[in-house]
Structure formats: structure tokens, C-alpha cells
Design a protein around this ligand. Sequence first.
Ligand SMILES: C[S@@+](CC[C@H](N)C(=O)[O-])C[C@H]1O[C@@H](n2cnc3c(N)ncnc32)[C@H](O)[C@@H]1O
Length: 206
Amino acid sequence: MSKSRVRHHVNPLRSQFLGRTLAPLDLPPTGEIEVELGCADARFLFERAPHVPDTLLVGLEIRDKMVALVNRTAGELGLRNLRAHFAHVNVDLPQLFPDGRLTRAFINFPDPWFKRRHRKRRLVDPELVETLYRKLRPSGELFFQSDVYELALDALAVLEDAPDRFQNVAGPWSFLLDNPFGARSLREARCEARQLRIWRMLYVRV
Ligand SMILES: C[S@@+](CC[C@H](N)C(=O)[O-])C[C@H]1O[C@@H](n2cnc3c(N)ncnc32)[C@H](O)[C@@H]1O
């Protein structure tokens, strides 16, 4: 029996992800869109779907086998408003959506790269924050969570450095106590089962 191996980590600095352009996504002209950056199996979006049946839920993921898995599962469940696309978020996000088209962006437990020397591989950096500012509509929301304090603190610092772009719902330099979206990602559920502390932030786009 042949086994299909799903890589656990992909190095986002690999040259195959750079120097190419993805086409804009085929999107409905109107209606709300929420996106999870680095969705893996998209458990978060599958749990979110019943809460927002009229919203299009899009997962972006760099591991194409996970993309195929998400789309197969959505098909099996008959979920027409949930889908995943292959993307390197830091490279491709500007092309994928028109400006101002997103209602919400979720960044759930973004990287395995938490060591300081891996900082340049991290998902949340000033460039991503600027791109999300352009892609979210005014009053759109950006939710971030991680169980790695250093990662969360770095993301907090990047976002607090853009007060003309995003405002922290919990107050400046503050974490949110809970996840208000009625959905748990796989990593989140695992952290909660182990009673690990989760660092969450919710920002509103100015
Ligand atoms: C630690 S997992 C968390 C998955 C899920 N969000 C959760 O909370 O269970 C991080 C995911 O982000 C993906 N990822 C990492 N860097 C990415 C990038 N630059 N663009 C797209 N996906 C990325 C990884 O492949 C992985 O599936």
C-alpha cells in the first residue's frame, strides 16, 4: 500500500515559493469573506461555518496536500462556502483578494519557527500587516492566537507599531482573554486539552 506523506513543516524561504505570481481568486462580487492564514486542516473554519452560513470561508495554506484534504472534506460535507487554496501568505496575499474585500482574517498558531534565528521566516511582519490593512474593509477584524509567548509578543509589537492601521480591542499592548469566534483550530484544541496558556489578540482595521 502506498503512503502519502504530509510534511509537517515547509520552509517558507524555499525558492520555489518566490518569484512566481498566483492568479487572483475567483470570488463572488459581494458578500462577506473571512480568511485563515495557514489553515492546515481548517478545523477552525469547519467549526466557524455554521456560525456564518452566508460568509465565504477561505483557508490559505502552503502545504498543498492539506489544501486538497480541506477541499475534499468540504465537498464530502456539502459545504459550498468553505474552501482552501495553496498560497505562501507573505508572497501571494497581495494578489489573491481585491483591496477592502475581507471582513476578517484569522492567524491561528502561525509558525513552527519560534526560535529567534528563524525570525525572518515568521508569518506576521510589518509587510503582512500592511497587506492586511489593504485587504480588510474598514472595521474589518484581525484575530491572532499562539501558545508561544515570544511569537505572540513579537506579533503584538508589530501590530501596536501600526496604530493608524489597527486598533487593539482589548486596549493597547493587551491580550484578549478568550476566543470569541465559536470555533477552535486543531492546535488550539490540543493546547486547551493540555491546559497550555494561549495568547490572543483582536484588532479592528481603522
Ligand atoms: C502550526 S500550524 C497551525 C495550523 C492551524 N492554523 C491550527 O491552528 O491548527 C501552521 C500552519 O501554517 C502553514 N504555514 C506556515 N507558513 C505559511 C505561509 N507563509 N503561507 C501559508 N501557510 C503557511 C503551515 O504549513 C501550517 O499548516
